[in-house]
Every structure is written in C-alpha cells, then in structure tokens.
Design a binder for this molecule. Structure first.
Ligand code: ATP
Length: 825
C-alpha cells in the first residue's frame, strides 16, 4: 500500500505556475525567554521586526574586530509571545496555501536548547503549549472538513537524519513496509522523495497526532553537556495533501507537500565539551548545517547555476523545500543570555542569508487521465442528446448517428443507382455519415461498372497477355487478327477479336473463362455486395415482387406476434445473462463495437425483424414511386387525349355536324377511338390512384413498424450494455438474489456491530469530560496513547539494551502501534 501511495504522489515539476509572483523566504526570530536577558547586548525595536546586537569592543567574546553593532531586519521578532501567536505569524498561511496546492516548508534553526523543538512540536503534555506541527495538523483537518466541495487525502511521513544516515521514525507502525530496505533520497524529475520511507494515510487529526507522537518517541536522544534531552538529529515531518473537486467531474486535481523541519542544534563544537559518540554526532551536525548554509548562500546568489544540494542528506532531502516553488518560512531560535551571544549572532546571520533566497510559489496541478476520459465521454453524451433534441425540433427524428446498418447501406446503394440511371434527381442528405456513405457507394458502383464492362469485353474477345509473345504469335499463326487496343485496367492485356468458333463453340479455354467470368459477375453483383441478398436462400431480392407484397402483409399483420417474440426474448434475458460466460473487461468497449456484438447475439432476433421490416419498407417506397410515375404518365395521356378530342369536336362543328335519323350526332372512327382511350385512361388513373393511396398507407404503417423495432433494439441494447459492462456484478447479484443486502437495508451483523462496548463507553465519557475544550480531545487522546507506548518501550529497552542500525528503528525499539491504526489495519 505504501509503495502505491508513493508512486501516486507525484509532485510534478511541470506544475502550473498559478502564482508566478516571486517571494523571499519569510524569516522570523523567536527568543527563548530568560531571567538573565542581556539587555545591554540585545535590543528589540518597536516595529517588532528589527533586532539590534551591540557588542563591546573590549569583550573577550568579540566576534568581529571591525564591527560591534548589528541590525537584523526580519519579517517578525517573536519575543515573549504565546505558541498560538507564533503559529499565526509563521505557519498558518503556509498551511492554508498547502491546502490550495502550494508546497510549503516551516523550519526551525538555532543553537541547542534555544527552543526549536518547543517551537515546532511544543509540549506534548500541554494542549495550550503545543507547537507548530500539532497546530498545523489540526488546521489541516479542520479546513478539509470545512471545504466540503473538495475531497482531501492526507498522508504523513516522518524522517530523521542522524549522523548522515536516514531513519524512518514511523517504521515501527504495522502498516509501514516491514522490509529492511536501505533508504535513499532520489530525485526522479518529479521532485525529491525518500525511497523506502513509509507514508501513512491519515483520516483525522487524532490519527495524525498519533503519528507525530509515535515518531517523537522514536527519536534519538543523546546526552549532551548543554541540554540533556536535546535532539541530535534533523527531523522532517512531511504532510502530503491531495485535493480533488467533489462537485464537478473535474479531471484536475492539486497536490502539495508540507515539510515541518526541526533541525539539530547549530552550536559550534568547542563549546559543547563533547567527546566520543556525542562528538561524532556534533561533527555530523556541524557538517550538514554548514552544507545547508552553503546551499542557502548559493540559492541567494542569482548568478549561481549550481546549488550544492547533494553535499549532505539534509540539503538533498530539502532540495525542493528551500527555494523553488515553495512557500518557505524559517524560524531562527535564539537565547537572550549574554553567554550565548556569539551563537545568537551566528544564528541571526544565517537567518539574514536565508531571507535573501527567492521563491516562486506555484500550484501543483495535475490532470487525472481516467477522469478526463469520463468527462469527455459525458460531453459526447450531452452533445448527442442536444443533437437529438435539435433533430426532433427540425422534424428529423429518423436520423440516426450510429454506424450504418447493412440495410441502410443497401438503401444508399439503391439511391445511387437510381441517381446514375436518371430515375431520381436528388439524394436526400441526412447527416455527414450518410454523405460519406453516398460517396463510398458511388465508388462501389463505379467499380462494379468497370468490372461489368471488362466482363462484357471478355465475353466478346479472347484476351491475351500483352507480354506473352508466344500466345500472340500462336494467335496470328492461327489466322486470328490481333488488335492491340491498349490496356484494360492497366493489366497489360492485348485484346483480340475472337474467332466465331471460339465465341460460340465453347472451346475449353473460352468456356472456362466464361464460367469464371460468370462466377466473378455473381460475386460482384450489386445486390449481393451491398446487402440486398435475402438472408436465407442467397438469391437476390426481387424488388417489388408480388411475393414480397404477401410477405409485407404477413409481416405487418404479424407485428404483434413479433413484438411478443421480442418480449419473450426480454423475459429470458436475465436467464441468458446469467449463462453468459464472458469475463467483463476492465473498461467498457465503445458502444458502436458493443452494438455490433449485441446485434449478432442477444439482439439478433429483434435485429432480424428490423431488417425484414426495413426491406419491406424499401419495397413499399419503390412501389409508391412506380405508381406515381404511372399516374403522372396516365395524367399526361389523359390531358393530351382530351386536347385531341377537343380539336376533333371543334373541327366537326366547323365542318357541320352529321345527324342520323334518331337525331344523334354521328362521329368518325378516330374520334370514337379517342373517346374510348380517354375512358380507359381514366379507369386506369382511378385504379392506380387507389393503389397509390393504399400503398402509401402501407408505407406509413411500415415506417412506424421500423421505428418501433429500431427503438426496441436500442432500448434492449442500452440495458444489455449497462448489465454487461457498467453495473457492478455484485450489485446485480445482490438485486437478483434478493438476499439479505437490499438497497436501503443494513445487514444485521453490521447493525449489531454498532452497539457500544465497555471500552467505547469509557472513551465516550472521557471525551464528554473534555468537552469544555473540544479542540483538545484529539491531542489528549494521542498523548495518552503515546504515554502508554513510552512505558512499554522503557520496560523493554531496560531489559535488553540495543544499538541502533541505519535504515530502520530496530525491532526492540518498536512501540506498540497506535490502537487506531491497529484497528484500521
Ligand atoms: N519560548 C519558550 N518558552 C518557554 N520555554 C521554552 C521556550 N523555548 C524553549 N523553551 C524550553 O527550553 C528547553 C529547550 O528547548 P528545546 O528542547 O525546544 O530546544 P531545542 O532548540 O530544540 O534543542 P535541541 O537542538 O537540543 O533539540 C525546553 O525545556 C523548552 O521547554
């Protein structure tokens, strides 16, 4: 788990520079109050930012012969102020900015015993005197609760650098990686990290404090002449924060790293009077602090290209926390006594140099690729919905944006044929996909025509390969005229007129060729190639045939029974779904692909009915067109016959009419034929008109059937897709089995587990007692647990003293892990 966390936490160098404003490191001086305040030497100016040091020239402790007075201007001098004031002034903003995605570092520097640990950690037994780290942890979790629109994840690591060796102060916890791996600082281009350092997921303030106190307990404590309990190591508690938006499907998220650093004492060697191991410790500390100083000097000098971060573990570990894109704060802890004035001066000089270091705080923003894909998918869905609304408003409800079906392609092919024949003047444009298909079908038809022409030529002529001189010579010898008419299809054939015998006798070569051509023709026949082949028998569909008319009637009449079939498919769907033995892929396939699968499997029956109805609809449309052509033609005939009759009548009247004995007008034979023709034409017109009306009604009916079938196919597909790829299997099983877990119901064993036991009742009462200072509950709980662990540790280490090894805390030093982490593991 820890390895995953480490790899997920990438603090990218490519972070967007949200705030390109250049800042200096903020530097504060904090004094350790003393009854022996050296008021002659140290002066605090009322601006609460300046501290003056006056050294007497004749003093034995003179530091610099040339200079005796110094003025140090800082961002604040924290003299006789509370822990809470120190936090507000130094760390509060850095913590807030860390929650916004900016890296931050708060670091305490100063002489041993000057109050670094007091400032950074504070008194663990007193809530009011807690230091920067517990306050920062409290602020982080309070803020994360308040910023409800964001989801925060917080991890913590605790590193100690002792004698240039790295130690994981949290390696004693059960969820730390137990492998005895050597730790190393690595800079992999995504920022500096410590390989092998355990990083712990932390859900609340108390868990975070438990980690702090656990680490503190594990710190190396060496005896020392100046301060018996002072730490001889550098400690870096790092809080990693990741923040993602809850409300939006926002693929962007920010990360940050907050380093809270307690450095080892900065005093010089001679004064400590150390020897042995303590001397070695002091040497290491001096070395690393001197490298820190060198790095700071280099950082403050803009002309320097190279910053010597790798000289010591401390500077390397703090590489991206001193300058760069980080909000950095230094607290310089000083004594107020005259005896420590040299170290105080040295600390203040260091602080001044640090103040010259420039930083460019920047938000570490990242994009989650998985969320980004989801967001884009959602956008596509929304655009599709909008398109559907637009289409329905524009009366284009039949337009589909899915991949073209075989029937649709066949329909387009048919329209292209008609366009080329001249039977239609236009092809209705529906959407881009359809336009592309129209062009594709033009290509298909063109290719077919080329093939047909070649086939016709082959029927008439024997083709000889142009390069085959022997075949040409043989043909000439046989008396066949050879006519080199050029290339067909660029294949280098010579075309010769076939002798009549060859054309009709069916010589083996020619008949074989013809047979081959026939086969080829079948293969490239438009109907076959474009899906106009009837599914069962492989024969071409005869458009508009009577047999199809009967099929239409049966199809339309039987629609209800077909719908019944669809329903029965639906009722058996869940059963077949259980039987489907396909393992679900990690990510759902594209819908277009899945739709093809669906049509050939679960949706095959509906798809078949849809196809059938579509082909019937196509025939109806063709029939309507034919009838309209006939009617139009008949109408024209009627009009011209009427004209002819009128002319005849006028002619007759001009010439004078013949009347028989009964007084009836006598007409000639031509006029009689015209009258009879008109009568026939009118009869034909009426019957065709009736047929047209009926066919149109059938056409509309078929149209409705096709729409119903299509929408059912789509609905079925949607639920099949959801079941197969989207709804988790356990949810489906739970709902299908109707077992103990049902939506809205909590399982009985969980309900029972919620009952309070004795321990929990005790803890509740304990917390009620602390309710007068509610913010302190987490602090005291964590403190109480730390105390228990300390007792346990002391008892064990007294029984069996052990030496410390690099890389991990030796098992004998292992503390009882915080119960909260035990219970959560
Ligand atoms: N501002 C302060 N107010 C009250 N007590 C303080 C203050 N600063 C330091 N102390 C006390 O001084 C003692 C030494 O302080 P602390 O251990 O923090 O020094 P340190 O700089 O961390 O030393 P080391 O470098 O050895 O770790 C502690 O007992 C602490 O309580």
């Amino acid at each position: 788990m820890i390895v995953t966390v480490l790899t997920n936490l990438t603090f990218s160098k490519t972070a967007l520079k949200m705030s390109a404003r250049s800042n200096g490191v903020s530097v504060f001086v904090r004094t350790r109050p003393s009854v022996n305040f050296a008021q002659d030497l140290i002066e605090y100016l009322p601006d609460q930012k300046t501290i003056n040091i006056h050294m007497k020239k004749d003093t034995r402790n003179v530091v610099n012969n040339q200079q005796s007075d110094w003025a140090f201007k800082m961002d604040g001098v924290l003299h006789n102020v509370s822990q809470s004031h120190v936090y507000e002034m130094t760390a509060k903003n850095v913590v807030l900015r860390a929650l916004d995605g900016y890296n931050g570092t708060v670091m305490c520097y100063g002489q041993t015993g000057a109050g670094k640990t007091y400032t950074m950690t504070g008194a663990t037994e007193n809530y009011k005197q807690r230091g920067i780290i517990p306050r920062a942890l409290q602020q982080i979790f309070r803020e994360t609760e308040e910023r409800s629109e964001q989801a925060f994840t917080v991890w913590i690591s605790f590193l100690e650098i002792y004698n240039e060796t790295l130690f994981d102060l949290l390696s004693t916890l059960p969820d730390a990686d137990s492998r005895d791996s050597q730790m190393a600082i690595v800079d992999d281009g995504n920022g500096v990290r410590v390989k092998g350092l355990s990083v712990h997921l932390t859900n609340n303030e108390e868990e975070a404090l438990n980690l702090l106190f656990e680490g503190e307990t594990n710190r190396i404590i060496a005896s020392h002449a100046l301060n018996k309990n002072s730490s001889r190591s550098h400690c870096i508690l790092t809080v990693y924060i990741e923040s993602r938006s809850r409300t939006l499907s926002n693929a962007k998220y920010v990360t940050s790293k907050l380093n809270l650093v307690d450095l080892a004492g900065s005093e010089r060697l001679g004064k400590t009077g150390s020897e042995g191991q303590v001397l070695r410790e002091a040497m290491y500390i001096n070395k690393s602090l001197s490298f820190l100083e060198q790095a700071i000097i280099a950082l403050a000098d803009h002309r320097r290209d190279h910053i010597p971060f790798r000289q010591s573990k401390l500077t390397y570990a703090l590489k991206d926390s001193l300058g760069g894109n980080c909000n950095t704060v230094l607290v310089a802890n000083i004594y107020e006594e005259a005896a420590q004035i040299e170290e105080t001066l040295s600390t203040l000089r260091f602080a001044t140099r640090m103040k010259c270091v420039q930083t460019e705080p920047a938000v570490n923003e990242h994009i989650d690729p998985v969320l980004q894909v989801k967001k884009l998918e959602m956008e596509i869905r929304q655009l599709k919905n909008e398109l559907a609304i637009h289409d329905s408003l524009a009366n284009r409800s039949l337009v589909s944006y899915d991949a073209m079906s075989d029937t649709q392609i066949a329909d387009i092919n048919f329209q292209v044929h008609r366009y080329l024949e001249g039977t239609t003047d236009e092809i209705e444009i529906v959407n881009i996909r359809q336009i592309q298909e129209v062009f594709a079908q033009f290509k298909v038809v063109l290719h077919q025509q080329e093939q047909e022409i070649e086939a016709k030529i082959r029927q008439k002529y024997t083709l000889i390969d142009r390069s085959d001189s022997a075949a040409i010579a043989a043909a000439v010898k046989a008396g066949h005229p050879v006519d080199m008419v050029g290339e067909v299809d660029g294949q280098g054939f010579g075309i010769g007129v076939a002798p009549s015998a060859a054309k009709h006798s069916g010589s083996s070569i020619v008949s074989a060729k013809k047979a081959k051509m026939k086969k080829g023709k079948e293969m490239i026949s438009p109907g076959r190639k474009d899906g106009l082949v009837s599914p069962g028998d492989g024969k071409e569909v005869e458009m508009g045939s009577l047999s199809k008319m009967y099929q239409l009637v049966s199809s339309t009449k039987d629609l209800e029974s077909k719908e019944h079939d669809v329903h029965s498919i639906e009722s058996h769907r869940s059963e077949s779904a259980c039987k489907d033995d396909h393992s679900r892929p990690n990510s759902p396939p594209p819908k277009s692909e899945a739709f093809e699968d669906f049509k050939s499997e679960r949706g095959s029956e509906i798809n078949r009915i849809l196809k059938e109805n579509k082909s019937i609809l196509l025939e109806k449309r063709k029939k309507v067109k034919e009838l309209m052509d006939i009617i139009n033609y008949t109408k024209e005939e009627i009009d011209s016959t009427k004209q002819a009759l009128l002319a005849k009548k006028q002619d007759r009247q001009l010439q004078g009419q013949y009347v028989n004995e009964e007084g009836e007008t006598v007409i000639d034979e031509e006029e009689f034929d015209l009258i009879m023709k008109l009568k026939e034409l009118k009869t034909s017109y009426r019957s065709n008109y009736d047929a047209l009306r009926n066919t149109k009604a059938e056409d509309q009916y078929c149209q409705r059937l096709v729409e119903q079938c299509r929408s059912r196919l789509l609905t079925e597909f949607e639920s099949w897709y959801n079941e197969s790829y989207l709804i988790p299997e356990e949810v489906q099983n739970a709902l299908r089995d109707r077992g103990s877990i049902r939506p809205g119901m909590m399982p009985l064993n969980r309900v029972l587990a919620l009952e309070e036991d004795e321990q929990e009742r005790f803890e509740r009462l304990h917390q009620e007692l602390l309710s007068s200072s509610p913010g302190s509950i987490s602090f005291y709980n964590a403190h109480m647990r730390t105390q228990q662990r300390k007792h346990c540790f002391r008892a064990r280490s007294q029984a069996q003293p052990q030496r410390k090894r690099a890389g991990v805390i030796v098992p004998q030093m292992k503390n009882k892990p915080p119960s909260i982490l035990l219970s959560s593991s």
